[in-house]
Design a protein around this ligand. Structure first.
Ligand SMILES: N[C@@H](CCC(=O)N[C@@H](CS)C(=O)NCC(=O)O)C(=O)O
Length: 208
């Protein structure tokens, strides 16, 4: 088994934190080089993104939540993807919102604004994807809206899915830290989000 990783990228970090929370060690290979993935890796992975898990029988599993699902099934303790029907649904809901609203918004800002991403405005394509300048501003709005939504939720619950830390918090942490790095920090008025961010960042797994 091997995990293909890129230590500066937010999506592989979702899996690294998940594994750290579970106490699982998996051999990893770093496949990033500057702003790009290595050519040999792109030839191996038809999905052209990281993270990627390769099982011993050669099966390739792409998409961070799918990789986490594999480990959650193989190593159920501690549960990080919900303990009952309601919690599982809430983990999935908040995890998807974190990636699809916050993460994609931040990605739009980065990938449509920086020269190294010219013709690579979306990850995972083998054909050129040109940048669209207007998506930079739209991405900022999406991140701001996501922060507001998380702040509201974290005013009523300790963690995104309720009482328990979960994959939803992991993805939201990776998104928040990534957005902060690209110049979109959590605004001061989001006090609930700031409280949550300090708590989840203090977990040893956050260093992964
Ligand atoms: N939805 C995917 C997102 C994967 C993704 O976009 N990964 C980025 C790194 S954070 C990537 O592989 N980028 C490749 C590139 O920039 O060419 C997942 O959950 O794994």
């Amino acid at each position: 088994m091997k995990l293909y990783d890129w230590n500066i990228a937010p999506n592989p970090r979702r899996v690294r934190i998940f594994l750290a929370e579970k106490g699982i060690e998996v051999p990893t290979e770093e496949v990033g080089e500057g702003f790009e993935l290595k050519k040999e890796y792109l030839e191996k992975n038809p999905h052209r993104t990281v993270p990627l898990l390769e099982l011993d029988d050669g099966t390739l599993i792409s998409e961070a939540p799918a990789i986490c699902r594999y480990f959650e099934t193989e190593h159920p303790e501690p549960p990080l993807m919900g303990r009952d029907a309601k919690e599982r649904a809430l983990v999935d809901m908040w995890e998807r919102k974190a990636e699809l609203e916050g993460g994609q918004g931040a990605g739009e800002v980065l990938r449509n604004g920086l020269p190294p991403y010219a013709d690579r405005a979306l990850a995972g394509y083998s054909v050129p994807i040109p940048q669209i300048e207007q998506l930079v501003e739209r991405g900022k709005v999406r991140v701001a809206e996501f922060y507001k939504k998380m702040d509201e939720r974290l005013g009523e619950a300790t963690f995104l899915a309720g009482d328990n830390f979960s994959l939803a918090d992991i993805t939201a942490l990776c998104v928040t830290d990534f957005a902060t790095i690209i110049g979109l920090p959590v605004p001061d008025e989001c006090a609930n989000l700031k409280r949550w961010h300090a708590e989840v960042s203090a977990r040893p797994s956050a260093a992964a």
